[in-house]
Design a protein around this ligand. Structure first.
Ligand code: F6P
Length: 549
């Protein structure tokens, strides 16, 4: 039993029904499913906003989907969804509301946290960001010496880096090309060095992004960035014109020396990995301009509304979440590939890694009991077609079940030449060919019919039945990017709700942080670290020797 009196997930009749169904289904062959249902292609495509989502190439029948939806009802996914949208404290271990959806709510919406409508605060910050972004873009905001800002360096890590860095790449075609925008996250000094080595400090703005403003990587890099700036400009007062902060922690921002007038606020009800459409998006807004940023927020909102209101049968984030539960819990899949056929989405999967794995990488349920079922998958992938020449071999002919999402667009964006635009059909031909090959494979008889010698037939046979979702849109616009991100946010939510885990905390990253703090003096000064295990102690000694200490 759960604390709220509900039966634990793996003991529910709906879970048992799915397990039985799995057994009865036996080996699922996509060729057979398609032969039995001529409508399976178009009939299995759902629409949300500008996204066409085809789920026909999944190892499921109508009955599977019906049983999965029953599981969603039994686990009260929609109840938790409504509680999230209402601003209830569904992040139980941190006792916080989870309201990233409020970040893209319209001005006239009313969403209350502790009796206060947060929407006016959200729009006040968005307006402040827009005003600042416009001033930087127009040259009205200048550096300390009066020079125009030409470079923007975002310093942050995790949710304070991955979102804006991903979206900057995704929307490059919409950016002001006269600005250089870079992202520094790694505490490895090489990251900051490479980001600023060819920049002029007098023309550089640092955007220090940290929800807590205590994250060691970010504070260290920000301190080094300040030294770099002051070494060149020689005057402490330069900080005011070259540093702004994005944070929930005004005190720490002030302690660092950034004027809180130059701080763009967000709130503890925005999780780090859900924060990119808050003030954390400032670097992106400077790059693409406030109007494009708002278009992106509109895209998020389209999917929020869909998730909140669409019936279960056509609710796309629900469906994607349920399919993940099916593969993880009933078919033994351990990972999930996200494969965008867009160069501009080169960082999209890395962004999703934090969103999904930090959210659903949990092994106790909301009551603190060990889970008896699989939770979040390993999320991985890189843009096609590069992956085709690297790891697709394993997806096609390896021994692992790897469900994959293919994301593609009908039209290229940006100022490509006609010749480069023409390459788009080739890119998309690969996109369609891969999902086709993965689903339907090539039988031994088909291989033989090509005259392949018998001993090579097993090697050239493709079993098929590798499940994929195809997400297709006309173009990668700011709105479509917002739609895609919200789609995955809500998919992750659905899975966490079913697994009954807290998808909004991240205690698992804490231990490493604490141990790093303890070990650092041993590396630097050879200090004794009480209780250091023998393996780490030997490695620290080797490190010091190699470092010449
Ligand atoms: O990785 C842990 C984490 O807390 C993330 O959840 C967060 O996005 C990241 O660190 C950065 O935190 P902050 O924005 O507070 O610097």
């Amino acid at each position: 039993m759960n604390a709220d009196g509900r039966t634990r997930l793996h003991q529910t009749p709906e879970w048992a029904a799915l397990a039985k169904h799995r057994e009865q289904l036996g080996e699922v062959r996509l060729r057979e499913l398609f032969a039995a249902d001529p409508e399976r292609g178009a009939g299995w495509t759902l629409r949300v906003g500008d996204l066409h989502v085809d789920h026909s190439k999944h190892l499921v029948t109508d009955e599977t989907l019906r049983l999965l939806r029953e599981l969603a009802v039994a686990t009260d996914v929609f109840g938790l969804r409504d509680a999230m949208f209402r601003g209830e404290r569904i992040n139980i271990t941190e006792d916080r509301a989870v309201l990233h959806t409020a970040l893209r709510a319209p001005r006239d919406a009313v969403i209350e946290v502790d009796g206060e409508n947060v929407v006016p605060k959200v729009h006040a910050v968005l307006d402040k960001m827009a005003h600042f972004a416009d001033r930087v873009r127009s040259g009205e905001w200048t550096g300390h010496t009066g020079r125009r800002i030409k470079n923007v360096v975002n310093v942050g890590i995790g949710g304070s880096d991955l979102g804006p860095a991903m979206a900057y790449e995704a929307l490059r075609a919409f950016t002001d090309r006269s600005l250089t925008v870079r992202f520094v996250s790694n505490v490895d000094g090489a990251d900051l060095h490479e980001a600023v080595r060819d920049l002029d400090p007098a023309e550089t703005l640092f955007v220090i992004a940290s929800k807590t403003f205590t994250t060691i990587e970010t504070v260290t890099n920000a301190t080094s960035a300040r030294t770099w700036l002051l070494d060149a400009l020689g005057d402490d007062s330069a900080v005011a014109k070259h540093f702004v902060a994005l944070s929930t922690n005004a005190q720490k921002v002030a302690d660092f020396g950034i004027d809180t007038a130059n701080m763009f606020e967000f709130w503890d009800w925005v999780g780090g990995r859900y924060s990119f459409d808050s003030a954390i998006g400032l670097s992106l807004m400077i790059a693409i301009g406030p109007d494009r940023f708002r278009e992106m927020l509109d895209g998020f909102r389209i999917v929020d509304e869909h998730f909140r209101t669409a019936p279960a049968e056509s609710n796309v984030p629900l469906l994607m979440g349920l399919l993940g539960v099916w593969y993880g819990s009933f078919l033994g899949a351990q990972s999930h590939a996200v494969l965008p056929y867009s160069h501009y989405l080169s960082k999209f999967t890395a962004y999703l890694q934090q969103l999904d794995m930090e959210s659903n990488g949990k092994s106790v349920d909301r009551d603190g009991n060990p889970v008896q079922w699989q939770t979040g998958p390993v999320v991985w992938g890189t843009p096609g077609t590069n992956g085709q020449h690297a790891y697709y071999q394993l997806i096609h002919q390896g021994t692992k079940l790897i469900p994959a999402d293919f994301i593609g667009f009908a039209r290229p964006v940006g100022e490509l030449s006609d010749g480069l635009k023409a390459q788009h059909d080739l890119l998309m031909a690969n996109f369609f060919a891969q999902t086709q090959a993965l689903a339907f494979g090539k039988t031994p008889d088909e291989v033989r019919a090509e005259g392949v010698p018998e001993e090579l037939v097993p090697h050239k046979t493709f079993r098929g039945d590798h499940p994929t979702t195809t997400i297709l849109a006309a173009e990668l616009t700011p709105s479509v990017l917002g739609q895609l991100i919200a789609l995955y946010e809500h998919k992750v939510f659905v899975q966490g709700a079913i697994w009954n885990i807290d998808s909004f905390d991240q205690w698992g990253v804490e231990l490493g942080k604490v141990l790093a703090k303890r070990v650092e003096p041993a590396l630097t000064d050879g200090a004794d670290v009480p209780g250091l295990d023998a393996s780490t102690a030997a490695l620290v000694a080797a490190y010091r020797e190699l470092r010449g200490r």
